[in-house]
Structures are given as structure tokens and as C-alpha cells.
Ligand binder design. Structure first.
Ligand code: NAD
Length: 372
């Protein structure tokens, strides 16, 4: 299975310009957006900050498959993780930092990119410290817990002349990009309606995701953000207003953060998105209805790491099961080597934070329509 995944990913990466044959296999992909059409030379070094579920379950393994970047340093507050993962990934002690001596990373020439994979409330601090150390930054979603912090992060990266990108892996996923490219093609006119839902049943009631101070919010900040993203990339438009409704079935577990939110977004063309996010049940889909020919694009599941399924105008999509994280980090490394950033920029993250704040504002105003 792994070999098959790896092969699919390599075929997909072949689109960077190395293989015309591969491009013919995936005609829906816009490779120019993905890699800027240029292959990079230097393999960039990445330091992972925060060795939790996502960093060590997805990103570190993906970095074994990347061509344009590799894992060169670790940052953790837990000595046992430093020992275990240092050994597993062959990272020398000199390249393992804790949260106190993290700033010494400035002197490590093997680290080009700091990848922040901490709880949401820590994203801003570590992004700004990394930028001050002269390192390019990739920061996980949501980029911060407020618009204000997001703007500070963008400013810090600009001031230090480093780039900032957000871990929006679906910008590099062929299934979601097939929808983007269909919209851009205009073949069936404009998207008129988007239905985007992402939720799951959250377990442990003591985890940081349920603490407002650490998470900034609940399901909306964690997975609702994928629906905002999907509606934006599927329509290729920015919403002009939001209206939102909040529902809570467990006032104890969700005392600090949102459990379930439904919301609507209006777009300048008149397109409407109807979205749902929750920590109370599993739901995961993206549907886009176009202006002409009763044409629909449907993905379900739409946002998880693998096994995405869907149809475009009734035709099944099949891009295999590429490693989204490897594609994302390679695309970001290539962009950095080319002196640019991917579409998953800091500004892209900031726009989502503005929409999230508008959604919370609508709820606070009894589901009033909030203009953006
Ligand atoms: P996690 O709880 O598994 O890991 C968080 C890490 O931060 C742990 O290693 C923990 O030790 C460390 N940490 C440092 N200080 C901490 C503190 N004060 N409190 C709690 N933990 C502390 O979480 P995760 O699922 O890996 O999520 C980390 C980030 O990655 C989040 O921002 C999340 O939104 C994002 N994420 C993104 C994706 C994606 O698909 N892009 C998937 C999962 C998580």
C-alpha cells in the first residue's frame, strides 16, 4: 500500500515539469499554481515545533517522502520525546531544542523552515520567534486565535524578510484542486451553491481543543475552517457577509468553546455557501452546484488526509491516494527556493480568521447578518 501511495505521489510530483506523461494523467491539475512551474535545487531543512499527534503522526513521516525538504531539527518540551524521535529520525542532539532555548535555532544553518505544530494559542508566539531567528515559517491552521495576532505574524515575517505559509494541505490535494480547476475553467458557468461540512465526535473532555485559552474556539477554529476554505476556493470568490447559528447539546463539555455551528456565506456573484461544523458527530462533504447543465461536484470524504472520494459531473475522480502533507511541504519548499509563497500564504490564513471572527460576531448578535 505504501509503495502504491508513494508511486501515486511521485506521479503527481512528476507534474513539476519532469514528466509530460504524468501531466497527461492528471489533466485537471493546475501545476503552475502548485509549483510555480520551476523545480527547486536546494533541499530545505525543516524544524518541527511541537511533537504531538499531527507533527509525528503525519508531518514527520511525510518528510521521509519529500524531495525538496527534509526533517533536520526538533523542538519539544518533553525530554522523552526528544530522545525517542531524535533516534527514530536520526536528528543529532545539537539539533534538538526545547521551548526555552528555541531562539538559538538562529545559529543552525541546517534549519531553513520552522514548522509550528503547537496548540493554536501558541502559533503567534512561535511564528514570531522563528521569524526573528531569520527562518521561513510554516504555521498550522488556524494560523492564530485572532485577526490581531495573525496580522502581527505577517508583520514579523515581513520585517525579517522571511516567508509565512499556513498548513492548508488541501491546496495541494488533487481532489479538491479538481473542483478549483473546474470553477476556473468556467465550463458550467459560475458556482451557485456550496455545501461544506466538517465535524467529528471529540473524545477526551480535558484536551486543549476544548479550552478557549489554548484553542481560541471549538469546532469552528479546528475543522470549520476547512469549510470556509472550501467555499472560498470552490467559488474563487471572497464572502461579503456571514450569518451563523450555534447549537450546544453538552453545556459542560463545551463550556468554553463552540460545539456545533451552522453558517451561511454570501458571495459577490450571488453564490451562497451553507456550512456546518461540529464536535458532536461525523460529517464531511463538499458539494458545489454550478450554473449550467445541472452540473455538480461532490467530495465525501472531502478533507481528511487520505481516501478522498468524489465525482465531477457524475464522473468519478481518481487520483489515487497521494500524501497530502508531502505534496504540501514540497510545494512550499519549492516556492521558498523560488523566492515566493504558495497560495497557502499568511494572507490566506488571515482572511479565514476575519471570516471566523465575523461568524462568532453573528452568533453573539443573535444570528445577525455580518458584512465583511
Ligand atoms: P496535539 O495535542 O497532538 O499536539 C500538540 C503538541 O504541542 C504536543 O506535542 C504538546 O506536547 C505540545 N505542547 C506544547 N505546549 C503545550 C501546552 N501548553 N499545552 C498543550 N500542548 C502543548 O495537537 P495536534 O493535533 O498535533 O495539533 C497541533 C496543531 O496542528 C493545531 O494547531 C491543529 O489545528 C493543527 N493540526 C492540523 C492538521 C491538518 O490537517 N493541517 C491536523 C491536525 C492538527
Amino acid at each position: 500500500m505504501k509503495d502504491e501511495n508513494s508511486l501515486n505521489r511521485r506521479r503527481f510530483l512528476g507534474l513539476t515539469g519532469k514528466s509530460i506523461g504524468a501531466a497527461a494523467m492528471f489533466p485537471l491539475l493546475n501545476t503552475k499554481d502548485l509549483f510555480g512551474g520551476i523545480k527547486s535545487e536546494k533541499q530545505l531543512g525543516i524544524a518541527l515545533v511541537g511533537l504531538g499527534g499531527y507533527a509525528m503522526g503525519q508531518l514527520a513521516p511525510a518528510l521521509k517522502e519529500t524531495e525538496h525538504c527534509k526533517l533536520t531539527a526538533l523542538v519539544t518540551g518533553t525530554p522523552s520525546k526528544a530522545e525517542r524521535y531524535g533516534k527514530e529520525y536520526d536528528i543529532p542532539e545539537s539539533h534538538i531544542y526545547n521551548y526555552e532555548n528555541f531562539d538559538e535555532i538562529v545559529d543552525n544553518p541546517d534549519v531553513d523552515i520552522v514548522y509550528v505544530v503547537l496548540p493554536n494559542s501558541m502559533h503567534a508566539e512561535y511564528t514570531i520567534r522563528a521569524a526573528n531567528a531569520g527562518k521561513h515559517v510554516i504555521c498550522e491552521k488556524p494560523m492564530a486565535v485572532s485577526v490581531e495576532e495573525s496580522e502581527q505574524m505577517i508583520a514579523a515575517c515581513k520585517a525579517n524578510n522571511v516567508t509565512l505559509q499556513i498548513g492548508y494541505r488541501l491546496h495541494f490535494d488533487p481532489y479538491n484542486q479538481a473542483i478549483v480547476n473546474h470553477t476556473k475553467s468556467g465550463k458550467n458557468g459560475l458556482p451557485k451553491y456550496v455545501n461544506a461540512e466538517f465535524g467529528f465526535t471529540i473524545g477526551n473532555p480535558n484536551q486543549w481543543r476544548l479550552k478557549k485559552a489554548m484553542a481560541g474556539g471549538g469546532a469552528m477554529m479546528d475543522v470549520g475552517i476547512y469549510c470556509i476554505q472550501a467555499a472560498r476556493y470552490a467559488t474563487q470568490e471572497e464572502p461579503v457577509s456571514v450569518t451563523a447559528q450555534e447549537f450546544k447539546t453538552d453545556a459542560v463539555k463545551f463550556a468554553e468553546v463552540d460545539e456545533t455551528i451552522t453558517w451561511q456565506m454570501e458571495f459577490p456573484s450571488g453564490a451562497v455557501a451553507n456550512c456546518n461544523t461540529t464536535y458532536n458527530f461525523r460529517t464531511e462533504r463538499l458539494q458545489v452546484s454550478y450554473e449550467r447543465n445541472n452540473f455538480q461536484a461532490i467530495l465525501s470524504p472531502a478533507y481528511i488526509y487520505g481516501g478522498l472520494k468524489g465525482t465531477l459531473g457524475g464522473e468519478p475522480l481518481d487520483f489515487g491516494n497521494p500524501n497530502q502533507q508531502a505534496l504540501q511541504m514540497d510545494a512550499m519548499a519549492v516556492a521558498i527556493n523560488n523566492g515566493t509563497v504558495t497560495s497557502a500564504s499568511g494572507e490566506e490564513g488571515l482572511q479565514d480568521m476575519k471570516i471566523i471572527e465575523a461568524i462568532y460576531k453573528s452568533i453573539a448578535m443573535n444570528s445577525a447578518r455580518v458584512e465583511l
